[in-house]
Structures are given as C-alpha cells and as structure tokens.
Design a protein around this ligand. Structure first.
Ligand SMILES: NC(=O)c1ccc[n+]([C@@H]2O[C@H](COP(=O)([O-])OP(=O)(O)OC[C@H]3O[C@@H](n4cnc5c(N)ncnc54)[C@H](OP(=O)(O)O)[C@@H]3O)[C@@H](O)[C@H]2O)c1
Length: 291
C-alpha cells in the first residue's frame, strides 16, 4: 500500500494517478476526506480516501497503518498564513515521519526543494529539518530536491502571463534556473516509490539545462511570435520583503530571492536517466508539449 500525502495538489495528484496506472494500491490522506473538491476524481481513479490533516497525529497514525511506502508532497504554501508553515510543513511532516517509523513503513519519499535555496525562511527551515530527520531515520528515504516548477514560476500567479505576453523578472533575470515540470517531479516520486529492494537517495532534480528568466522570455517570444512586456522586481525590494515578521511573506521573499540568484542543477539529465524520467524542456512547455 502506498500512502500519498498531498494527493489533491499538483504533484501529489499526478503521483497518485501514476501509481494507480501501475496497478498499485493507493491511499490518500485528504483534508475533509470525500468532501474535498479534489477527492472525487481520486476515488474514481481507485484511490482510497482517508480523511485527515497533518496537524492531527491520530489521523496521521491511522493513515500509516499497513502502509509500505509514503510519498509526501504536502505543503501549506501558498495560501495558508499564520503559523501553518511551522505546524504543517515542519511539525506535521516530522510527525508523519515518526508515525511512519512506528507503523513499520519501509520507504518514505519526501518532496523537499533545491539544495541551492539557502535564503532563510520558515519553509527553508521546515524542508531542511525534515531532510535531516529522514537522514537519521530507520525508514528508507528518498529526498527529492526539485528546482523551480515551470507550472508555477512560468504562470500568471508569479507574473508570467504567456496569454497576455507579460513577464515579471526577479532580479536581473540573467541567472540560470533548471526549471522542471511538476509532472516530471511526480514521475521521479513514482519511480522512487516503486523501485525494488533497498533505496536511500537524495536527488537534485532539474530540467535538462538551466535557462535564465530572460532566456525563457525569448523562448516564449519565439513560440508565440510576439514580444513580451517586462516588469522588473529589484532584488532590494525582495530583501525588504524578506525582513517581514509574517512567515508567509518572508518565505515568498526568500523563494523569489533564490529564484533571482539562479538554480542550476548539475547532472540533471543523468539523474533523470537513472530514474527513467524523460525531462520536459522549457521549449516543450512553451509549446504546450510534453516528451
Ligand atoms: N512550486 C515550486 O516551484 C516547488 C519547487 C520545489 C519543490 N516544491 C515542493 O513540491 C511539493 C509539491 O508541491 P505542489 O505544487 O504539488 O503543492 P500544492 O499543489 O500546493 O499541494 C499541496 C498539497 O498539500 C496538502 N496540504 C496542505 N495542508 C495540509 C495539511 N495540513 N494536511 C494535509 N495535507 C495538506 C494540500 O491539500 P488541500 O488540497 O487540502 O489544500 C495539497 O494536497 C511541495 O512540498 C513544495 O514545497 C515546489
């Protein structure tokens, strides 16, 4: 039995669906259970829905019972405010790891983020704490450290609006980022969850090659056959936002600063070959194609 925590999200849904396509038994811990708007399509795909929240230790313990492998993609970002980053991304996931150990789970696949992200924030603290906890756990662990997702960072929520030919550039836009598709990250997670035998790994995951923000704009301009208008966010403005006492604002600023500084992932193609994942390029993504 595979337990997916985060199955109503971008990566987790793809993980649950891909596992079902491989005829694996899949359980999903879903806030609100069957009443969650995203639960129905999961049930239709044959995923068994268990109601629960990472902040509820009893529900988490129940969800882990009889489970062989856990894939955790959950995050309280981007919407939840207050202390959600600490209570969900940090304490909630640490609690899940403890529950996995007590339930005799064999393998834990954890979605962290790129090791190049070093700007401090509640999310950075949460990701690195969970990685450290897994490194000393008795459970086999596979830690995924993906770069920035194309679907998010090349999307309108972050000011990249291909339909309107507009892009927001963070910093000078010249540093390379190994943009990766969230669906490719899901493919890594599935491959890690289903690999036979012993597996203990930390995977730096990125697209086939780093592309700068300005390089991405050029790719989209070529694909769409029209020029983009650019809006610039100076790094100094992000540094001011990073001083915020609000954990979510501080985390947003930290991520945008890390994005501006660049995130080139070494040996991304070799890692993808090792896990049998075909990587989506920025060109494929701009053209609406997948490999
Ligand atoms: N975006 C990027 O560029 C990027 C880059 C690297 C790594 N990552 C990491 O990749 C992972 C997957 O991202 P994603 O885009 O798939 O995230 P997402 O779409 O926001 O999904 C988050 C999932 O976590 C669930 N969740 C939130 N709070 C919860 C709680 N208290 N208890 C149980 N489940 C809870 C959500 O459930 P609801 O539907 O109930 O909200 C949802 O299923 C995240 O860990 C993220 O940090 C993201």
């Amino acid at each position: 039995m595979h337990l997916v925590v985060g199955a109503t999200g971008l990566v987790g849904r793809a993980v649950a669906q891909q596992l079902r396509k491989r005829a694996c038994d899949v359980r999903a811990l879903v806030r609100g259970g069957a009443a969650h708007p995203g639960a129905r399509s999961l049930s239709q795909a044959g995923v068994s829905i268990v109601a629960g929240d990472l902040r509820d230790p009893l529900a988490v313990a129940g969800a882990c019972r009889g489970v062989d492998t856990i894939v955790c993609t959950a995050t309280s970002m981007p919407a939840a405010g207050g202390d959600a980053l600490q209570r969900v991304d940090q304490d909630g996931v640490l609690g899940l790891i403890g529950a996995a150990e007590r339930a005799g789970v064999r393998r834990f696949v954890y979605t962290s983020f790129s090791s190049n992200i070093r700007v401090d924030s509640p999310l950075t603290l949460a990701k690195r704490s969970c990685e450290a906890r897994l490194a000393e756990s008795s459970v086999q662990s596979v830690i995924l450290q993906p770069s920035f997702f194309m679907e998010i960072w090349l999307g309108p929520h972050l000011g990249f609006d291909a339909a309107r030919a507009q892009a927001r550039i963070y910093g000078d836009g010249k540093a390379g980022v190994s943009y990766v598709s969230a669906l490719d990250v899901a493919a890594f997670a599935v491959s890690a969850a289903t690999a036979p035998g012993e597996l203990q790994d930390v995977l730096q995951i990125g697209g086939p090659e780093p592309v700068s923000q300005l390089g991405v704009v050029a790719v989209f301009e070529r694909t769409a056959g029209r020029s983009f208008s650019l809006e610039h966010v100076p790094i100094q403005a992000l540094e001011v936002q990073h001083q915020s006492a609000d954990p979510l604002q501080k985390t947003f600023a930290a991520l945008m600063m890390a994005y501006a500084l660049g995130d080139p992932v070494a040996k991304a193609r070799q890692t993808a070959d090792r896990y049998g994942v075909q990587l989506t390029t920025v060109e494929n993504y701009a053209a609406g194609l997948r490999p």
